[in-house]
Design a protein around this ligand. Structure first.
Ligand SMILES: Cc1cc2nc3c(=O)[nH]c(=O)nc-3n(C[C@H](O)[C@H](O)[C@H](O)COP(=O)(O)OP(=O)(O)OC[C@H]3O[C@@H](n4cnc5c(N)ncnc54)[C@H](O)[C@@H]3O)c2cc1C
Length: 503
C-alpha cells in the first residue's frame, strides 16, 4: 500500500541528485549560509553512482592542457585559445575550493581524489603536427600554460610515452606536447567525501528517494513529490530554492517544473565505453593522460585518450571513451527516456536536430556496432603492439547533450557544453549538459549562486574570496596571484609530490 504523507516538510534548499554538482553546491552553501536547512534526495542507494562515479567518467581534471578540442584553428590558420583560457581559469577555481576544504579539515586525504599526472597531446600525420606546433606556440607564453614542452623528436617521445612509441613505423610524422601540472581526478571519491562532509554538517541526505514531481506553490516555493524507493511511500517536501542536479535526469525534472526557461530544450544521450588494461606490465609502462585528435565527423567528447588512472588505490590504464547510443538518459535510466523527453514545446527543436545531426547519428550507430577487434584497431593507433587479451570493455556513463535553438546555429542545435537554466526569480536552477563537466563544478555552482541569490552576494563576497582568492579576477592577467595559487593548491592537494607508489 502506498502511504501519502500530508505533512508539508519545509526547508530552505533542496538538492536533487547525489552527484558532484549537488555535492559542490551544498558544500558552498554550507560555508556561505551555515544556518540554512538543506535536504538532498538521491534515487540510488549511495552518492556518486552515476556520471560522477570514477568508472563512468574519464577523471581528467579538464584545464585544456591536452584536450585539442578546446583550441580550434581559425580560417586564417591561427589558433583560437580563448576557450582553453576559460576552462583553465575555471579549473583553478575548483582547485582553490578543494584546497580550502582540505585546509579547513572539512575533507581529508586529497590524494584519495586528486593525483598529479602529466597531460600530453599526441598527433600523427604532417598536417596535425603543424597544428600541434602552432597550438603550442600560441600557448607557450601564456602563464596558465607555463611549462608546456613540444617535441617531434622520436627519442624524446620515447622518454615521454614509451608504450605509444614502441614498434611504431619510424617514417610516420608524430609530435606531442607535455605539461607536468595536469591531474587525474577521482570525481566519485570526491563526491563521496563531500557528501560525508555535508552529513557532518547536518544536511538531511535521503538516499533511495526519487523526485517524481515538482510544483510551484501559491507562496512561490516549490513542492516536491518524493517516492521512497524501498516501500513506495510518497512524501511531500517544500523549499524556497531547488537545485535540479539530476545529471541525465535533470531535463525531465526541469520539464516537470514547468518554468518557461525550460521550454524548447531537448536532450540527446551519448553513451560511452572504456577499454581497461588487465596486464600490470603494460600499465607500468605508461604514466600520463594522452589525448589525440578527434576524427573528422566525430563529436568532441569522443576524442580518444590513453589515461593512467588512480582508482581504488590502484594505478590503472584506460582507453576511450568510444561513443555509442542508448536511449537512456542515465545509466540506471529507462529506455523510454528519450521518447518521453519530447514534449509539444520541444518537438520542432528535436526534429530540426534530428535532420541536422544525421552524420552524428550515423557515427554513433557505427560506434555501437564496433566489435572488440575493431576497437583494438583504434587502440593500436596509440599502442601499436596492443594485445586483445590484455584489454577488457567497461560501460561508462551517459552524457545527455543539450539541444536548443540558438541565434548562430538555428533551430535544434546540439550543444556540447554545460547549460545552467534558472527561473527568472532564481527560485529553481537546473544543470544540463556534460562538458567540461565535473572539473568545472565549482565555477558552475558559483554561477548558480550568482544568478539565484543576488540579494546575498554583498554579504557573501568576503567568504567567497576567502574560499576562492581568484574570485572575480582573471588569473591570466594577474600572474602574481596565479603563481601564489598554483603553489599553494599544489602543496595543499599534494600535487607537487613525486608519484606515490601504487600496487
Ligand atoms: C564518459 C564520460 C566521460 C567524462 N569525462 C569527464 C572528465 O574526464 N572530466 C570531467 O570533469 N568530467 C567528465 N565527464 C562529465 C562528468 O562526469 C559530469 O559532468 C558530472 O559527473 C555530472 O555530475 P552531476 O552531479 O550533474 O550528475 P551525476 O553524477 O550523474 O548525478 C546525478 C544524480 O542524480 C540522481 N537523480 C537523477 N534523477 C533523479 C530523481 N528524479 N530523483 C532523485 N535523484 C535523481 C542520479 O541517480 C544521480 O546520482 C564525463 C562524463 C562521461 C559520461
Amino acid at each position: 500500500m502506498v502511504l501519502m504523507s500530508n505533512a508539508q516538510k519545509k526547508t530552505d534548499v533542496i538538492l536533487i541528485g547525489g552527484g558532484v554538482m549537488s555535492a559542490t553546491l551544498g558544500s558552498l552553501l554550507k560555508e556561505l549560509a551555515p544556518e540554512w536547512e538543506i535536504k538532498v534526495f538521491e534515487k540510488l542507494a549511495k552518492p556518486g553512482e552515476e556520471s560522477s562515479n570514477e568508472w563512468n567518467n574519464a577523471g581528467t581534471g579538464h584545464s585544456a592542457l591536452c584536450e585539442l578540442n578546446y583550441t580550434s584553428e581559425k580560417s586564417d590558420g591561427s589558433i583560437d585559445i580563448s576557450k582553453a583560457i576559460k576552462i583553465n581559469e575555471q579549473f583553478q577555481v575548483s582547485m582553490q575550493f578543494w584546497s580550502y576544504l582540505v585546509n579547513n579539515k572539512l575533507i581529508n586525504n586529497p590524494q584519495d581524489f586528486i593525483m598529479p599526472l602529466p597531460h600530453i597531446s599526441m598527433v600523427q600525420g604532417e598536417k596535425n603536427v603543424v597544428f600541434l606546433r602552432k597550438r603550442f606556440e600560441a600557448l607557450l607564453n601564456n602563464p596558465l600554460f607555463k611549462g608546456m614542452e613540444f617535441s617531434d623528436n622520436p627519442e624524446k617521445l620515447m622518454e615521454w610515452i614509451p608504450l605509444i612509441m614502441q614498434e611504431r613505423p619510424a617514417n610516420e610524422p608524430i609530435a606531442a606536447t607535455k605539461i607536468d601540472t595536469g591531474t587525474d581526478v577521482n570525481f566519485g571519491a570526491l563526491t563521496r567525501m563531500l557528501f560525508k562532509h555535508l552529513k557532518n554538517k547536518n544536511v538531511d541526505i535521503n538516499y533511495k528517494h526519487s523526485v517524481d514531481k515538482i510544483n510551484r506553490t501559491s507562496d512561490g516555493s516549490w513542492e516536491l513529490k518524493v517516492c521512497n524507493v524501498d516501500n513506495g511511500n510518497i512524501e511531500r517536501h517544500t523549499a524556497k530554492f531547488v537545485f535540479i542536479g539530476g545529471g541525465g535526469g535533470s531535463l525531465h525534472l526541469l520539464q516537470k517544473s514547468g518554468i518557461p526557461e525550460g521550454k524548447h530544450i531537448g536532450g540527446f544521450p551519448v553513451s560511452g565505453i572504456f577499454m581497461v588494461c588487465n596486464n600490470p606490465e603494460v600499465v607500468a609502462q605508461h604514466h600520463a593522460k594522452v589525448y589525440g585528435k578527434a576524427k573528422v565527423g566525430a563529436p568532441p567528447m569522443s576524442v580518444p585518450h590513453l589515461d593512467t588512472r588512480y582508482i581504488d588505490n590502484k594505478k590503472l590504464l584506460l582507453f576511450g571513451p568510444f561513443a555509442g547510443f542508448s536511449p537512456k538518459f542515465l545509466k540506471t535510466g529507462s529506455i523510454f527516456d528519450l521518447v518521453t523527453s519530447v514534449k509539444p514545446n520541444n518537438t520542432l527543436t528535436m526534429l530540426a536536430a534530428g535532420a541536422k545531426e544525421m552524420s552524428l547519428t550515423k557515427y554513433l550507430i557505427q560506434q555501437v556496432m564496433l566489435s572488440k577487434e575493431q576497437r583494438m584497431e583504434e587502440l593500436r593507433e596509440f599502442i601499436p603492439n596492443a594485445k586483445s587479451e590484455d584489454w577488457d570493455l567497461v560501460k561508462a556513463g551517459q552524457r545527455v547533450q543539450v539541444i536548443k535553438d540558438t541565434a548562430e546555429g538555428g533551430k535544434g542545435t546540439l550543444q556540447f557544453g554545460t547549460e545552467v537554466i534558472t527561473a527568472a526569480d532564481g527560485s529553481i536552477a537546473a544543470l544540463l549538459g556534460a562538458s567540461p563537466g565535473a572539473s568545472t563544478a565549482v565555477h558552475v555552482m558559483l554561477e548558480i549562486i550568482n544568478k539565484c541569490f543576488p540579494q546575498h552576494l554583498n554579504e557573501w563576497e568576503p567568504k567567497i574570496k576567502e574560499m576562492i582568492p581568484s574570485y572575480g579576477v582573471s588569473l591570466m592577467e594577474n600572474q602574481e596571484l596565479l603563481h601564489e595559487i598554483h603553489t599553494s593548491t599544489a602543496e595543499t592537494l599534494g600535487l607537487s609530490e613525486k608519484e606515490l607508489v601504487y600496487g
